[in-house]
Ligand binder design. Structure first.
Ligand code: ATP
Ligand code: MG
Length: 509
């Protein structure tokens, strides 16, 4: 049972018990008041009777008593008289006790009798004297008994109880309702809000503040909760600022790194572009000299055109490489992107006898990023695999969710990433080359076949997406290139979790 109703019931029961005791006490007082009134009435009546009959000569006692009994009976009224004793006539047993007491006190003595088996009654023994007070011969010559039915006291008390009971009930019900409402308003509702706010915090909502401050325990609880929320909000803001600063610094460093590399690249570009320019220059001069020979003109024009294409390719890759990182705002359906890339180079794959398999986590969700850039990464990696298997082979592409710790963030907890793996059956990448394959212009291919920019450009794109790349040994002896890309932010994860679309990520060594 909830706190509000439980406390209200306990308080109401206590209050009902206290009220019942109070009413009981009132009824007792009422009972004794009624008794006292009756006793007073009896004494007044006894005084009147004594005054009217004294002095009573002993020899006339019997007749006087009887006459008095008859006279009072004929008047009617609540009291009746009995002739109890006179002369040698002793009182019967039921009057003996009262008569003895009245004799001792020499005054009327009355009492309420509540005996088993008979209704309660009031009885008073009234002594009657033969002379006026102060006279030497004064002595008791007779006793009158005054009797009244005592049941009326019980009836009065019962009637009062009946009158008080509905009032008592109304009071108890009102009290119970008031206690319940007060508890709900002052305790249960604030506590419920507090619980809701705590639930909100557990779901990451730090925007709630509870209840205005109050000067009691609930208020101080709310105050502490608000203080804790402020502290958590500050901590979260601080963390967000620190993360933003770290990301900005990383981007800045990457850009600076690129600029430094571009400086270094300039010399290499001069060298790379110098060769085709020399060829173009030589062929142009030869054209000038042998312009009349159509076959020679055609051959030289062909060579010039090939060399210009080569320069154009180098320039465009250099431009890609040196381009400042763009903010990736759109979404990438990675499976679709990989399939499209495979379609683009279908002919190439067939030509080189490369068999491709693609395995995907079911129901992949899009990740934040630039689809064209991710496609460029896939294209470079697939082209490298094709080039590594000149006489054909197998290329296994897998797209999976994995739990990994990003390189360089050794203290951060491992988190989920999307991984694309491209495993071929070529010769693999020698250990000695692995540290250098992501450097610009590093190539093991013949002159004219590779410029050594495919992997660095891809690596740059992946880094711009806050991911990283790794090279390793493929299961079938070839090379495997793995690309790790971050998944959508927490909120996205939450939604995905709700839809149950994300399969549990697996950890890879
Ligand atoms: N799948 C692979 N198997 C074996 N070696 C590879 C593979 N992919 C890349 N490499 C090695 O890494 C080098 C660098 O690759 P990268 O793609 O950067 O340049 P490239 O392929 O030589 O030239 P480009 O891509 O500019 O035409 C390659 O020359 C090759 O030695
Ligand atoms: Mg390449």
């Amino acid at each position: 049972m909830k706190l509000g109703p439980r406390v209200a019931i306990i308080a109401t029961l206590l209050m009902a018990a206290v009220l019942a005791a109070a009413v009981g006490a009132v009824l007792l007082v009422l009972h004794s008041d009624q008794l006292a009134d009756m006793d007073r009435e009896a004494h007044a009546l006894a005084d009147a009777i004594t005054t009217g009959m004294e002095p009573l000569p002993a020899e006339r006692a019997r007749e006087a008593l009887k006459a008095r009994v008859v006279a009072l009976a004929s008047k009617g009224g609540a009291f009746r008289l009995e002739a109890v004793a006179w002369g040698a006539q002793r009182p019967n047993n039921s009057w003996a006790g009262l008569v003895d007491e009245a004799t001792k006190l020499d005054a009327p003595v009355g009492r309420l009798f509540e005996l088993k088996g008979i209704p309660p009654f009031y009885a008073m023994a009234i002594p009657l004297h033969n002379a006026a007070p102060g006279e030497a011969r004064r002595q008791v010559v007779a006793f009158l008994g005054l009797v009244r039915d005592g049941e009326f006291i019980g009836r009065e008390v019962l009637a009062s109880t009946r009158r008080l009971a509905p009032l008592l009930l109304v009071f108890v019900v009102t009290f119970a309702f008031a206690i319940y409402v007060m508890l709900m308003r002052r305790v249960a509702t604030p506590l419920r809000r507090l619980v809701e706010a705590i639930d909100g915090v557990s779901k990451g909502d730090l925007s709630r503040a509870v209840l205005p401050e109050r000067d009691d325990e609930v208020g101080s609880l709310a105050g502490r909760f608000n203080a804790m929320m402020n502290y958590l909000r500050d901590a979260r803001e601080k963390e967000a600022r620190a993360t933003a600063a770290r990301v900005a610094t990383e981007a800045h460093l990457r850009h600076a790194e690129k600029l430094a590399t571009i400086g270094q690249m300039a010399a290499e570009i001069a060298h790379e572009v110098g060769t085709p320019l020399n060829v173009i220059g030589g062929r142009a001069r030869s054209l000038g000299r042998r312009a009349s020979e159509p076959a020679e003109v055609e051959k030289n024009a062909e060579i010039i055109s090939t060399q210009v294409d080569r320069i154009t390719k180098i320039i465009s890759q250099v431009l890609d490489y040196s381009r400042k990182s763009r903010h990736t705002a759109s979404e990438v359906d990675v499976e679709k992107t990989v399939r499209e890339t495979l379609e683009f180079i279908e002919e190439n794959l067939k030509q080189h006898n490369v068999e491709v398999t693609l395995t995907c986590e079911p129901e992949l969700r899009p990740i934040p990023g630039d689809a064209d850039e991710i496609q460029q990464v896939c294209m470079n990696l697939i082209m490298n695999a094709i080039q590594a298997m000149p006489s054909g082979g197998k290329l296994a592409i897998a797209i999976e969710y994995v739990i990994r710790r990003k390189e360089g963030l050794d203290l951060a907890p491992p988190s989920p990433y999307l991984m694309m793996a491209f495993a071929d059956t070529g010769p693999g990448v020698p250990q000695a080359d692995r540290a250098r394959i992501f450097d610009a212009f590093f190539t093991t291919k013949k002159k004219g076949e590779g410029s050594g920019l495919g992997l660095p450009v891809s690596h740059g794109i992946v880094k711009d997406h806050d991911g990283w790349m790794e090279v390793g040994d493929g299961p079938d002896g070839g090379a495997v290139f793995r690309v790790f890309l971050p998944l959508p932010s927490e909120e996205g994860d939450h939604d995905r979790g709700k839809k149950g679309a994300t399969p549990p990520p697996q950890t890879i060594a």
